[in-house]
Design a protein around this ligand. Structure first.
Ligand code: ZN
Ligand code: ZN
Length: 408
């Protein structure tokens, strides 16, 4: 935690302001109570902002999955500024880095692996590291004022630098964002209810919907990069079907990392993906063109390749662990033989216990190696942690008890 610079603007926009809005919501609730109008404001605002990010910033501008007319681009640019996630150009620039260098430390701006490796032992995954990695990928990377991500990537500039709407949004980002978060919800509230109380409700509850939506976007970088199935590409990105109602399709993130330009994230017809349906509907209505679809054969080939890569990777990891385990058993056997006559029964009993634990792990390893096709990465991590702990405990014990008594 040394020399941490905080990006105060991001801190205000992403933490303080949402908390203020929620507090105002609480005061409003106490004074006026909550009716259907307030609930609808939250839900409508959440989904509208979700769509502006998913269909607009992400699939239209970050990946060029389709093209659309300038009017729709303008609407998406204005609404998405209201999500307070930065101008489209900056968002796309960070996202380009994320896709080009997924999980590469120092290059992927929000990889959850950043703190997943222990300082003292680069091979070990720790719970503390995972929690820190989760926080970093969720929001920490945006709060980090020292991160060198202020410049816009050349790739993003090349694609969007000539887009007048994007450049206009970039230059006027704060004015648009403030208007969308204040004046617009006030007016919507007044237009529906015709009173100042409705205006206030519009401002507060549309704001709460927006605050929840921010967290939904951040969860794509944290939750969806921690959990989920990995059928299409070997990466931290996962597919989590059950999160459809929150992410509207962005939850098919493993497929998305395998085929980022595809307009679908859930490519199978039955996979729920509101954003793909909106783009498909726009195409039918003549509002979207050049829609990118990955051919089925390419998807099949990629699934096969990923299966093979997973199995090679798993076998290699299992063999590495097995070699480490055999070395540990050898060391323990040698120590026991060497000190058996000099040390007390207590010490030799303890050494026997360490060896028994190692032999038990070895049996488990034998089983895993023979059934490597059905092994999950988490199981390997668990067994690796057990082995590291056993190695550490036994070497500490040998250093303090055996050496000391041997010298006597
Ligand atoms: Zn991702
Ligand atoms: Zn993407």
């Amino acid at each position: 935690m040394k020399n941490i610079k905080i990006n105060y603007i991001a801190g205000f926009v992403l933490i303080v302001y949402p908390l203020i809005i929620c507090f105002l919501g609480f005061l409003y609730w106490n004074k006026f109570g909550i009716s259907t109008f307030e609930i609808i404001c939250i839900i409508a605002s959440f989904y509208t902002f979700c769509i502006s990010v998913g269909v607009g910033i992400h699939r239209l501008w970050a990946h060029g999955s389709y093209k659309t007319n300038k009017f729709i681009e303008f609407v998406l640019a204005v609404v998405s500024a209201g999500t307070l996630q930065g101008p489209v150009l900056a968002w796309v620039s960070d996202h380009d880095k994320h896709h080009s260098y997924t999980d590469v430390l120092g290059k992927d701006p929000h990889t959850p692996l950043k703190y997943c490796l222990l300082e003292e032992n680069k091979n070990e995954y720790s719970t503390k590291g995972k929690l820190k990695g989760f926080f970093w990928s969720h929001i920490g990377w945006m709060l980090d004022g020292g991160a060198p991500r202020k410049q816009i990537e050349r790739s993003a500039l090349k694609r969007l630098g000539k887009n007048k709407i994007i450049m206009w949004q970039f230059k006027n980002y704060w004015s648009i964002a403030i208007i969308v978060n204040t004046l617009v919800p006030f007016c919507i509230g007044y237009a529906i209810g015709g009173s100042l109380q409705y205006s206030l409700a519009g401002f507060i509850f549309i704001g709460i919907g927006r605050a929840i939506q921010q967290q939904a976007t951040f969860c794509i970088n944290s939750v969806v990069h921690f959990f989920g199935s990995k059928e299409y590409i070997n990466s931290t990105a996962g597919d989590i079907p059950s999160l459809f109602f929150v992410f509207l399709g962005e939850n098919w993130h493993n497929f998305h990392h395998a085929f980022p330009r595809d307009y679908r994230n859930g490519h199978k017809w039955y996979q729920l993906d509101v954003h793909k349906w909106i783009i498909a509907l726009m195409e039918k209505l003549g509002l979207a063109n050049d829609v990118v679809r990955t051919p089925r054969e390419r998807i099949k080939a990629k699934v096969e390749l990923t299966k093979q890569q997973f199995s090679i990777n798993i076998k290699k990891q299992l063999n590495d662990i097995d070699t480490m385990l055999i070395k540990l058993i050898e060391t323990l056997t040698k120590e026991m033989d060497k000190h058996l006559s000099q040390v007390s029964t207590n010490v030799s009993n303890k050494l026997i216990k360490f060896k028994q634990k190692a032999l038990f792990l070895e049996k488990r390893m034998e089983y895993l190696i023979n059934n490597s096709n059905s092994i999950k990465q988490e199981e390997i991590e668990k067994i690796l942690i057990k082995l590291k702990r056993l190695e550490l405990d036994s070497s500490k014990y040998i250093a303090t008890h055996c050496e000391f008594r041997f010298k006597i």
